[in-house]
Design a protein around this ligand. Sequence first.
Ligand SMILES: [Zn+2]
Length: 349
Amino acid sequence: MLNIIKAYAVKNLCYISAQKMVPKGIVVHSTGANNPYLKRYVDAPENVGVNQYGNHWNMAMPEGRKVCVHAFIGYDKNKQISIAELLPLNICCWGVGRGKKGSYNYNPAYIQFEICEDNLADKKYYDDVFKVAAEYCAELCRKYGIQTENIVSHYEAYHLGYGCNHGDPEYWMKKFGETMGDFRNRVSEILKSNVDRKENREETVVENDIIKKGDLVSIANNATYYNGKAIPSWVKSQRWYVKNTPIGERVVIDMNEMGTNYICSPVHKKFLTVAKKELSNCPYLVKITADCLNIRKDAGMNTAKVGEITDHGVYTIVEENNGAGASLWGKLKSGAGWISLDYVKKLNK
Ligand SMILES: [Zn+2]
């Protein structure tokens, strides 16, 4: 299980400019400085420890540069390897600069993360940190439908014409006889094992194939719209929420899983498979599993943060809804707001 710390760099100009994106690939960086501790870059003292120098990236311009990446991977405060996300994955980062053809910061927009370097001599740290990086990439590929060939290093981004001239992280990988090709293969292997698991899981869901409003559905490869017109592949490659209670065999799908697209399109139900059922057995109790979980004004990461939960406590959810940034949102009984249900454990009544 990946340990992902949400540590948004809310003071960074990149976070503030919040240019929307749909991820098309991934750029892997390494930091180029001997400091494997997340606290150097990440402002989340409770998870990664205190940065005594205050030179983390939660400031307008770290090191005087307009720079920010989506995530860092390195040691947390317990010297465990963790991932810290500085930006939501649906806004552009400033990571790779610009090459002669353009920039993977914007178009096409890539998710970008930095692996914290040490002195580049410790094989164990290298193995551990790249293992987590590969698992993270696999998770992102699965979630956003990214092809493994669209995972590139900063070095490759430069040679493809979409980044400035840097050599990371190849100069590090080379010391241990590895290449980005090896890294991509490793991600593919993880994805293969995930696919097996996913198919098993979905088979059990399909038994109950009545499609309801709010269900998350995937689309068959040979599907057409209800009127017989072709469905573009970017639509078929994603999962969508059912907008209204279906009438007969006509099912209207609208918002995608990430909450970045709304298509409001009718599809015949025979082409749809329920990936996740809308639940409606509220109220129920949950135990918070995240160290720090934001409370939002509404169901969506794009709505205002109105508080946070840091006590790992038990809370009552009185309503559920779909929204950006989480597979499902739950409304707190207290009326304080909504939380992502990805970071809770449902308790039996
Ligand atoms: Zn780089």
